[in-house]
Design a binder for this molecule. Structure first.
Ligand SMILES: *Cc1c(COP(=O)(O)O)cnc(C)c1O
Length: 414
């Protein structure tokens, strides 16, 4: 979609607003499936937590994607969006046995990531097939918060505990149908990924009834100029070949599964926000926007860089701006960023706003969460309305009868 299209959306629906380009989601989906067309059975399970609007889930379903979910609510959302239970995999971390059982009762695939629940679940429900999340202890990921493969990680069952897993699965006679890993977001290096995959293959040999091997995700997409992007085509070629060899050895064609979030939706998203104030201090020119980390927290939470352009003045002379939000504490989107000259009222466009942006938005400072718009076949379709005061007050219990306002002191006039 063009800058004019984006400006049109801001005009029609107001700003701040999130916009998602369906075409880009489709092309990323096709890119990934094409890269792996060398394997006979491929399953992509879109990671719902990246962008969980029900209309986005329906789009994914229409592309043939399955769904990766991390909470029972995401499971329910997926069912509501029309996914078959068998097309949903539940890969939570540290949830209760009850939550796992609820998901299993709905008929979705179950992924267990700790020995305690594996044993409890296996004892109670040996007939329900279960996938096991392994931690191969391979470091991948640029940020400590999103790196989940290291030795002290809370994710997955350590490969050093394979004997322990086997003891449990043998004693409970449970049926292990899949082996899974997810080494964290932002895999820079294909070799690292392939190395972790070898550990997964080695683990898989221990289980005779597998249907699939799930390689998780962590594909990197570029956020700023010069960023490295996972070479999906190269990974597809190398991993497919290795996977096919493994299946031959295993004696059965297994399904190769992935759970991409960021890769499918990050670049499809734009966040549009209006500039309220341009303020020159002694050393900095601030552009204050009508939004804040309540809407887009990644720069403050992860230090991530989102490209920012001034779509109201795309050909303007570039100047350096620090783009900040209205939240009453440090709320910085970008420091001394080169952006086409900004006038108050201009619309700034934040790139890579599809993944982990709206889904992490909050009502901090009692602000409304913004609208979401899907750009589909050249048309802007509202897929979530902006919130109103009613949404802010929903579920709040106003104990107005408990407290009466203190009377104002009466000022004596002589
Ligand atoms: C978050 C998550 C993903 C998606 O990761 P991306 O980096 O967005 O592709 C995949 N699998 C699991 C288990 C996750 O928790």
């Amino acid at each position: 979609m063009t800058q004019e299209d984006l400006l049109g959306v801001a005009k029609e629906f107001g700003a701040p607003v999130y916009v998602y380009d369906a075409e880009k989601i489709k092309s990323q989906y096709n890119r990934l499936t094409t890269a792996f067309n060398g394997v006979s059975k491929l399953k992509l399970n879109y990671a719902a937590k990246a962008l969980s609007n029900i209309s986005i889930l329906r789009l994914m379903n229409s592309l043939g994607s399955g769904l990766d979910t991390v909470s029972i609510q995401e499971v329910q959302l997926g069912l509501q969006a029309g996914f078959k239970p068998s097309d949903i995999i539940f890969t939570p971390n540290g949830v209760s046995l009850e939550e796992l059982e609820t998901a299993a009762a709905l008929g979705v695939k179950i992924n267990i990531d700790n020995l305690s629940l594996l044993e409890q679940f296996g004892n109670k429900h040996p007939e329900i097939p279960v996938c096991i999340r392994i931690n191969p202890h391979v470091m991948a990921g640029g940020n400590a918060n999103i790196s989940v493969g290291h030795i002290d990680s809370k994710f997955g069952i350590s490969i050093h505990q394979i004997p322990h897993i086997l003891r449990i699965t043998t004693l409970t006679k449970m049926n292990i149908n899949g082996i899974h890993m997810h080494t964290g977001s932002d895999i820079l290096d294909i070799e690292v990924f392939l190395y972790a995959s070898e550990i997964l293959f080695e683990t898989a040999k221990n289980f005779k009834n597998l249907d699939f091997i799930d390689f998780g995700s962590g594909f990197k997409v570029p956020y700023k100029e010069g960023d490295i992007e996972t070479n999906i085509e190269e990974l597809g070629e190398k991993l497919s070949k290795r996977f096919n060899d493994f299946c031959k050895q295993y004696g059965k064609p297994l399904t190769l599964a992935f759970e991409p979030g960021k890769f499918l939706v990050s670049e499809a998203g734009s966040f549009l926000a209006k500039v309220n104030v341009v303020k020159q201090t002694t050393s900095t020119v601030f552009a204050s926007i009508d939004s804040g980390f309540n809407h887009l927290i990644r720069p403050m939470l992860y230090g991530s860089t989102h490209g920012i352009s001034n779509i109201s003045n795309p050909n303007g002379r570039e100047r350096f701006y620090s783009v900040v939000g209205y939240i009453c504490e440090t709320d910085t989107f970008a420091t001394n960023r080169k952006i086409a000259e900004i006038t108050e009222g201009d619309i700034l466009c934040f790139k890579n706003a599809g993944a982990y942006c709206f889904t992490m938005a909050s009502n901090y400072n009692s602000r409304f969460r913004p609208a979401e718009v899907l750009w589909y076949n050249g048309e802007a379709i509202l897929i979530r309305s902006a919130e109103t005061m009613e949404d802010i007050l929903r579920n709040q219990v106003d104990v107005k009868d408990l407290f009466t306002p203190k009377a104002n002191p009466v000022l004596q006039s002589n």
